[in-house]
Design a protein around this ligand. Structure first.
Ligand code: FES
Length: 273
């Protein structure tokens, strides 16, 4: 059993939990994830490690309440326990020693971006960050990014914070203002990562993305998280989740992501969520 040390509501449907998990806290690296089972015998869901504290033996997860299991998780309170957390899983993000990095986080994608930018800053890189969301209320980790990023920029669909538009609009503005980056890290909805990569590819700025395909076991056995990277089949849970964005077959991944939508909608309808 894993104790919830702290719980915080970050926005309307995004929450943060700090969980006591000594083994994972000791070993995990930015880019890795955990499989969380809220109740014994329940569904296991992958969640990226948003932060960790080795001295406190804790890991932080940030999740959006989108279905049955995340709703169940959100009903848990500080001091209560979670049945199982397996990890750290996946490969740590490839942290190269670079000088100038731009991190782009869309929606809840800002959460897995945070430990990567934090680590790169510790490694001496100068990091800018672009955080995007539908509205200002839905934006997460603004203060946390302000502490580690050299410059921080915002984009919202309704213009309530920063640029009215998408994170890619901010990216294009920065480049047209003469900003130069050795690497871009983009994490967020597939369509966002795809459009970032389409632009950075034209400019030949190496870009890494974090993929979130359907995962079942998280250990390379079910094949659910299959993705095509540079014409090779990879499993996001053991080979990723971070990949070279230039090589990702986004079209295929977007098709696979919608495969179970009718079943998920029916399930949500049955449960009234
Ligand atoms: Fe099963 Fe990756 S989640 S192979």
């Amino acid at each position: 059993m894993y104790k919830i040390l702290k719980k915080e509501i970050l926005s309307q449907d995004i929450e943060k939990m700090v969980i006591e998990a000594p083994y994972i806290a000791k070993k995990c690296q930015p880019g890795q994830f955990v499989m969380v089972m809220v109740e014994e015998g329940g569904e296991r869901i992958p969640l990226t490690i948003a932060d960790y504290d080795r001295s406190e033996n804790s890991v932080t997860i940030i999740y959006q309440i989108v279905g049955y299991t995340t709703k169940l998780l959100s009903q848990k309170l500080e001091g209560q326990t979670i049945s199982s957390i397996a990890g750290p899983l996946g490969q740590p993000a490839h942290m190269k020693k670079v000088k100038r990095v731009l991190g782009i986080g869309g929606g809840v994608g800002a959460a897995p971006l945070y430990p990567q930018i934090k680590k790169l800053t510790e490694m001496g890189a100068s990091c800018d960050a672009v955080i995007g969301s539908r509205t200002e209320e839905m934006m997460i980790l603004q203060e946390e990014f302000k502490e580690i990023a050299e410059n921080i920029y915002f984009a919202t669909n309704d213009g309530s914070k920063g640029k009215k538009g998408f994170v890619t609009d901010v990216l294009k503005d920065l480049i047209s203002q003469g900003k130069k980056y050795d690497e871009v890290i983009a994490i967020g909805p597939l369509v966002m990562m795809k459009s970032v990569v389409e632009y950075t590819k034209e400019l030949n700025i190496p870009t890494s993305v974090s993929l979130n395909p359907i995962m079942i076991d998280g250990t390379g056995m079910c094949g659910g998280c299959r993705v095509t990277i540079g014409k090779e089949t990879k499993f996001a849970c053991v080979d990723g989740p971070d990949f070279d964005g230039f090589l990702v077959d986004f079209e295929e991944l977007m098709r696979r992501q919608t495969m179970y939508m009718p079943e998920e909608a029916e399930h949500r309808c049955r449960l009234g969520i």
